[in-house]
Design a protein around this ligand. Structure first.
Ligand code: PMP
Length: 403
């Protein structure tokens, strides 16, 4: 049994009407009423710009924005709230590092990524390569869709300046063995960036225990609105970083001749930030912390096992990624022989099952696996057995229609 009341949890999500089986949580998770309420409460009682006005409303907005930073700092166990930079999302966070940290790199310096990264942890580094002449190296992928960490010693060396990999794959669900990555990076004195877009929604993190230097994630995958995300950076590393964008809020003093920049995090938050979104993200962090973690974990494991077993039982279907429950999230990619993933998704959509099909913004991984794309079911705590039943009924329809 689930150990917690999934039906009650579903009722917290206004969008989860009967007949909708939402299995695309890796792309965007849905938003509970507590988070929507926090968003509306802020906009209807404290809305003003932050860090500038001296009137009451502006001070309330500034206080709410700061409180959101403190909440997110707690969520990742940062040493200091000033290590939390609000960005537009994971993509914004990684681009910020590619510019701010990348500004100090020299031609021939090396950055190590992996083949299974999301494009947002590939393209910013390619742009940096083209700007600064750094060398980009990529760890290969194993047959079961994990980063091939055995190759770390071969790719890491004295010129490695950064190792930037995903904490968990949005395609295969594989969770990266961070300790191995950190040990290898530390052996050459290189910092580590983790793309936490997929991991952050699963519960509070401990960036200090992980031993990394940067951690990036998105609000919209964590039950919060679009347009906000977090870059956590170790204080010393952020302090040494150049700004990314210039504008209001990120300065200490501007003359026409030169500008003195503000300290982090403001140095990296040019312009009006996503204020209400940050407040709602903090509410989402509180909401996640309020879930019964053990019971949710057991629930997701049980549903993932149902997915893996059911897919394995259907002859023409192949799981792309780990086939067992160890070291994986509740995100399961699969390929159906002789059927395009878009056809799979369309047939399931007709039954109210929202599934993602395609390359999942991970084309180098698709190339490595020799696939055009996969179909992917990704679960959140509010998914239930009815969703899995509907998924398999739809999949059997696919197999019937494409004999
Ligand atoms: N990295 C991973 C692993 C992701 O799954 C995603 C979103 N699919 C991103 C980065 C990019 O996130 P965003 O579009 O919110 O910036």
């Amino acid at each position: 049994m689930s150990g917690f009341d999934v039906a009650a949890l579903r009722r917290e999500f206004p969008i989860l009407v009967p007949g909708l089986h939402y299995l695309d949580n890796a792309a965007t998770a849905q938003t509970p009423r507590a988070v929507l309420d926090a968003l509306i409460a802020h906009e209807t009682t404290h809305r003003a710009n932050v860090l500038r006005g001296v009137y009451r409303l502006a001070e309330e907005a500034t206080a709410a924005y700061h409180a959101a930073r403190v909440e997110l700092a707690g969520y990742v166990n940062a040493r200091d709230p000033n290590e939390v930079v609000f960005t537009s999302g994971t993509t914004g966070a990684i681009n910020l590092v590619a510019h701010g940290f990348g500004a100090a790199l020299k031609p021939g310096d090396e950055i190590v990524i992996s083949v299974l990264e999301h494009h947002s942890n590939i393209v910013p580094w390619q742009l940096l390569r083209d700007r600064a002449g750094v060398v980009l190296k990529a760890l290969p992928v194993t047959l079961d869709g994990r980063i091939e960490l055995a190759e770390l010693p071969r790719l890491i060396g004295p010129r490695t300046r950064l190792v930037a990999v995903t904490h968990a794959s949005n395609v295969t669900g594989a969770v990266t063995d961070v300790a191995t990555v950190v040990a290898a990076a530390r052996s050459v004195g290189a910092p580590v960036l983790l793309d936490g877009a997929q991991m952050a929604p699963h519960g509070p993190l401990d960036v200090q225990a992980l031993g990394v230097d940067f951690y990036a994630f998105s609000g919209h995958k964590m039950f919060a609105p679009n347009g906000v995300g977090v870059l956590w950076g170790r204080a010393e590393v952020l302090a040494a970083m150049a700004p990314f964008q210039g504008g209001g809020e990120m300065i200490r003093r501007v003359t026409l001749a030169r500008t003195e920049y503000a300290d982090p995090p403001h140095r990296f938050e040019a312009g009006t930030p996503p204020i209400a979104q940050a407040v709602a993200l903090a509410a989402a962090a509180r909401w996640v912390r309020g879930l019964p973690a053990e019971a949710v974990h057991a629930h997701l494991r049980r549903l993932t096992e149902r997915l893996l077993d059911g897919l394995a039982a259907r002859g023409r279907v192949r799981v792309i990624g780990p086939t067992g429950l160890q070291g994986r999230l509740a995100t399961v990619s699969f390929a159906v022989a002789r059927v395009h993933p878009h056809d799979v998704c369309q047939i399931l959509d007709a039954r109210g099952v929202a599934l993602r099909g395609g390359h999942h913004c991970a084309q180098p991984l698709m190339d490595a696996l020799d696939l055009a794309g996969t179909a992917r079911a990704s679960l959140a705590p509010y998914n239930d057995d009815g969703d899995i039943d509907a998924f398999f009924a739809g999949l059997d329809d696919v197999l019937r229609r494409f004999p």
